[in-house]
Each structure stands twice: as C-alpha cells, then as structure tokens.
Design a protein around this ligand. Structure first.
Ligand code: HEM
Length: 402
C-alpha cells in the first residue's frame, strides 16, 4: 500500500514527466539496451527506430500513475498490453530491469530530486505488480488450455499460398503433431525469426486469418516495402526464405480484439489492405457456424492486384443470403473497370457506407492503416453508432484514433 505522500508526489509530477515523456523514455531505451542488449531479442527494432514504442510506453506509465490509488480502473488497458507482453514472452524478471532504467532516465532527463525518484520507484513497483499478476494469469491460461503452450513452439509450414501481389498465407501445424489450442476470431500470434546475419531475433505479431479448429493456424503476411529501414525485414524474410516444410516459432494466440459471438446483432466487418486478416477469421467463423446472423463484409484496397481472398469472400456471399460483400478500389486497374470487379471507386465515404450497412444497431469491427481507421471511426460516430458497438485493432503499437 502506497503512502498518501507518495501518491501525491507521483500524481503531482506526472505533468512534468509527461512534458518530457518521450525524451525520458527514449533515454530509457538507450540505457536499457546499453545494459541489457539481450532485450533486443524481444523488442521490435523498427518501432524503436520510429519512436513508436517510446511513446506507447510513456503514455501507459503516466496513465497508470494518474490512477495509482485506484489501479483497478486501468486493468482493462493492462490486459490489452498484457496480451501483447505474454505473446512476446515478457516475464516477471524483466520488470525490475525496466524499472531501474526508467528511474535512471527520469533522474537524468528531469533532474528529479531523490524524494521524487523514491516515490516513482515505489509507484512503478505497484504498477509492475499489476502487470505481472495479469500476465501470470495469461501464461497459465495459455499453457493449461487443451493444446496450449507457453513461450515459443515450433510449427511446420504445411502450405504457402499466394493471396495477392503482396500477401502470402502460411498454413501452420505443430512440429510435435500435438493438439492445437483453439483461439478467438480476431486474435494474433507472435512469430519469432532468426535471420542470417542479424544479431538478434525478431518477433512480429500476425493475426490468425482463418477460423479456429481447422487443424492448422493460418497467418497472411503482407510484404512490407522498405527493408532499408528494417520495416519489412521479417515479412520479406518470410516471403522469400520460408518455404513449405520449413519451421516457424509461434507463441500461443493472444489479443482482446475478438468477435462477440454472444451478440445476435448484424456484424459489419470493414478492412483496409492487410487489415483484412483478422476480419477473415471472424468472417470464416461466422460463415462456418451456419448461423443466420447478418454479415456485411467491406474491403478497401488499391485494386484487384493487391486484393487478398476476394474469390473466397465472394463465393461465401453468393452462397448465403445473409452475407453481403462489398469492395472499394481507390485505384482500379483498366481490367477492374472492364470487369466491374468492385462496388465503389475511391475511398469509403459516409453516404456509401450508410447505403450498404444494414443498421447502426450492429457490431462494427474494423482494421487497417491508422488513417483508414480514423476515417472509419469518424464515419461510424457520425452515423450515430455507439461506442460499445465499435471495435478496432491496431497493427503495431496502439495509438489514439481521435
Ligand atoms: C509493448 C507498456 C513493461 C516489453 C508495450 C506497449 C505498452 C507497454 C503500452 C504497447 C502495447 C501495444 O502495442 O498494444 C508497458 C508498461 C510496462 C511495461 C506500462 C511497465 C509497467 C515491459 C517490460 C518488457 C516490455 C518489463 C520487457 C522487457 C514490451 C515489448 C512490447 C511492449 C517488447 C512490444 C512493442 C515493440 O516491440 O515495439 N508495453 N510495458 N514491457 N512492451 Fe511493455
């Protein structure tokens, strides 16, 4: 239990640290990777380079500090981060390392007096305990469920399938031929790769792109363009160097962006580009259930060259009256125009969205680039969709859509 004085100091110094937030956490990472370079096996080097992770961590620490005397308020956020941490293999023993380096960075950057440093050290300990507890529960759950495991398990690539010019699917089965745990549509796995010539392993999260209980996991990976910035180092490696019969290391499915299967409301799935992957898992799950729940599947892509799984979605829509599929191409090819292979040219707009959505009393799920999601969220709000019906997932560190 923290003393009232400690709570006061922590809360009153949050604005100061927030002001220097990114500076502090950037310094924190420098210190941490300097002293513990092995942690580069866990962290995404691209996010580090772009400063995305420093911001995410800074925001989370200050948000937690503001609620230091009522930490139950932040448990939902801790759970979301906890899914990511568990999936990456973050362990209890890592927390003191982060705490020590963060304190050192606060001391250096904010030139904080000892009293403030002591208060933050205590507060960090309390916040870290919440994370450790939540994550311990998650490790236990992942390990104890039928077919589950903790840490990374080797999988064989049993099939590699080109879905579009940029997206390739990998069908994966455990090397040990053991049982495969079920997952919730929308969840992701972490893939750990050891690339020749790279000093550290790389871990990336990929949404599972098919329904559960199929006897395999499927991920569908977009080839990112720039290897120079290391943005794409893993996706290019998977596309170019991982073939059928090869092995990939996977952690157990994680994530709380999941389809609400209790609800009877219509479902609207909206995706941009490779954001289609968690939507496919939800779509195939619903289609496979043979329920009559109304499904609207909307996909936005540049054109048919980069439009993954189009044939499959259209086939399901054709065979089921309660399923409708719509396509938006921002730059249709001449052939797309000739074949009329899309429903809307340009970006999704409010008028068009309203015309294809059955009702605002529906569950809306969307995923895609941040600008796309901001646009979709703003349109849904304008249509009057309530917050509890709006569900979305970020690729990369979570950020604000407002
Ligand atoms: C991701 C917060 C401790 C490793 C994140 C994210 C947040 C966060 C907000 C982004 C989540 C998202 O993308 O959805 C915190 C807080 C911590 C803490 C508040 C302490 C109380 C740790 C520790 C480690 C760790 C101890 C391990 C050394 C990571 C990694 C990521 C991550 C590897 C993924 C991001 C990337 O690689 O770019 N954390 N974290 N975190 N965290 Fe933590």
């Amino acid at each position: 239990m923290l003393q009232t004085k400690t709570i006061e100091i922590v809360k009153s110094t949050v604005p100061l640290l927030q002001e220097k937030g990114v500076e502090i956490t950037t310094r924190f990472y420098e210190i941490m990777f300097g002293e513990n370079p092995e942690l580069l096996n866990i962290f995404n080097h691209t996010n580090q380079k772009k400063g995305r992770q420093p911001q995410a961590l800074a925001n989370a620490v200050y948000a937690a500090a503001m609620y230091i005397d009522q930490l139950e308020v932040i448990v939902p956020v801790v759970k979301q981060i906890g899914h990511k941490h568990r999936s990456l293999g973050v362990k209890a023993e890592h927390y003191p390392i982060v705490g020590k380096c963060l304190l050192q960075a606060i001391k250096e950057v904010a030139d904080a007096p000892q009293e403030v440093l002591d208060a933050w050290a205590e507060a960090y300990g309390v916040i870290a305990d919440v994370f450790i507890q939540v994550e311990a529960e998650m490790y236990k759950e992942a390990e104890e469920q039928a077919g589950g495991w903790s840490d990374f398990r080797p999988f064989t690539i049993v099939k590699k399938e080109t879905e579009s010019d940029v997206i390739t699917s990998f069908y994966l089965q455990p090397v040990d031929d053991g049982e495969l745990s079920t997952f919730l549509p929308g969840q992701y796995v972490s893939v750990q790769v050891n690339i020749d010539g790279e000093q550290y392993t790389h871990i990336r999260q990929y949404s599972l792109s098919d329904a559960s209980e199929k006897g395999y996991y499927r991920i569908s990976v977009k080839r990112e363009k720039s290897i120079a910035t290391q943005n794409g180092i893993v996706s290019n490696y998977l596309h170019d160097h991982k073939q059928e019969g090869d092995t990939l290391l996977l952690s157990a499915p994680a994530g709380d962006f999941v389809l609400n299967r209790e609800s009877e409301l219509p479902v609207v799935l909206i995706s941009g580009g490779v954001g289609i992957t968690p939507m496919m898992s939800m779509f195939n799950t619903l289609a496979g259930e043979k329920s009559s729940r109304d499904i609207t599947f909307i996909h936005a892509a540049l054109n048919s060259n980069v439009h993954a799984m189009k044939g499959h979605v259209e086939r399901v829509a054709k065979e089921n009256d309660h399923v409708r599929a719509y396509t938006c191409y921002s730059e249709p090819t001449e052939q797309d125009k000739e074949n009329k292979s899309y429903d809307k040219e340009g970006f999704i707009d409010l008028e068009w969205l309203q015309s294809v959505v059955p009702s605002i009393e529906a569950e809306f799920y969307f995923c895609g680039p941040v600008s796309f999601m901001k646009h979709v969220k703003a349109m849904l709000k304008e249509m009057g969709v309530t917050d509890e019906r709006i569900h979305f997932e970020f690729f990369g560190p979570a950020a604000s859509l407002d």
